[in-house]
Design a protein around this ligand. Structure first.
Ligand code: CO
Length: 134
């Protein structure tokens, strides 16, 4: 059911510094910072030949990555995102298999303008999983 790895998201405290490291130290193709107030993060997209890295910095007091950074003060891998062909069919299969979908179970429009859902990390070996309709 899952297809390509769409992105790996890394939560960081200092987005400018993280973008600089990915651009200058690692030599990657790095976007400008994009504030995403609906998602409580500011994002830098790092485009690699086979996938993307998203660097996430908290935006606002209610950022969904605030608690994560309290627990992981150096930053860390926050979630991984797999593509699916049909997000509602994927959700129904996941629920049938016993996986927990976060929130109200309805897909939301993600950072790439496509429908996404998040799955409980305890059901996926300690990793928060995002699925995105390709
Ligand atoms: Co994501």
């Amino acid at each position: 059911m899952i297809g390509r790895l769409n992105h790996v998201a890394i939560a960081v405290r200092d987005l400018a510094r993280a973008a600089q490291v990915y651009r200058d130290t690692l030599g990657a193709d790095v976007s400008e910072a994009v504030p995403q107030p609906d998602h409580g993060v500011t994002t830098v997209f790092v485009v690699l030949p086979n996938t993307k890295i998203e660097l996430l910095e908290p935006l606002g007091a209610q950022s969904p990555i605030g608690k994560f950074l309290e627990r992981n003060p150096d930053g860390g891998v926050h979630h991984i995102c797999y593509e699916v062909a049909d997000i509602l069919a994927a959700r129904d299969r996941l629920v049938k298999e016993g996986a927990r979908v976060l929130g109200d179970g309805q897909p939301k429009i993600g950072a790439h303008g496509k429908p996404v859902l998040f799955l409980h990390p305890k059901d996926f070996f300690g990793t928060l999983v995002e699925i995105e309709q390709a």
